[in-house]
Design a protein around this ligand. Sequence first.
Ligand code: MD3
Ligand code: FE
Length: 226
Amino acid sequence: MTHPHPPAQQMDLLLPDTRPAREELETGAVLMRQFATPHAANLLQALHEITQQAPFHHMLTPGGGTMSAAMTCCGTLGWVSSPMGYAYTALDPLSQRPWPAMPASLFALAQSAALAAGYPNFAPNACLLNRYQSHSHMGLHQDRDEGDITQPIVSLSLGRTGLFMWGGPNRHGRVRTFALEHGDVLVWGGPARLHYHGIKGLAPNPHALTGLTRYNMTFRHVVAPS
Ligand code: MD3
Ligand code: FE
């Protein structure tokens, strides 16, 4: 398949983007390249409005460190890391106010991506926003605080290319690395839902819309702790 807009890092090769538009990485995990690209300007505007109310910051970790990626959230529940552990909370601990609402445009895009990947009933109520700059990374981890692993997670990448690490169900298994580019959407569900994953780092090239920054939004359906 040829693509009319090759990604920036391929422009100098004067070759079309030969990556498939939709690729099932393994059962339940679908990568839809450039799925969000037509919506990028709206998505970045929504991100800007969210972060006016709930600024990106480096959360503390239970181990006494700080997260390398800056984070914030929108939706009914937001994911927080602190010296106390990890949790989904209804209030932003920085402001003591509810997290900013999830913009309807973000909800709709995440839902349509899930539908296209084979998950017709996805209704995200939480979105974690990550910001990567210079040497930001995210170590191999599982996402298992959501309370319902039958629901997928939808991830959307914007800006500078991220180098994604994709492992298996065990921490010490084989890890593959591939690029997550601007506009790429990943849907993880089924048997892949609890697989280890992370971000090794960023590709060197700046992006026309975000410079040296990469953003990632992950949409989740979280069952509130009772
Ligand atoms: C595979 N974010 O926020 S997105 C995270 O690019 C997170 O910021 C990374 O891991 C980022 O938790 C990776 C791709 C992703 C997201 C969630 C997954 C892959 C996943 C959940 C289960 C398996
Ligand atoms: Fe994750």
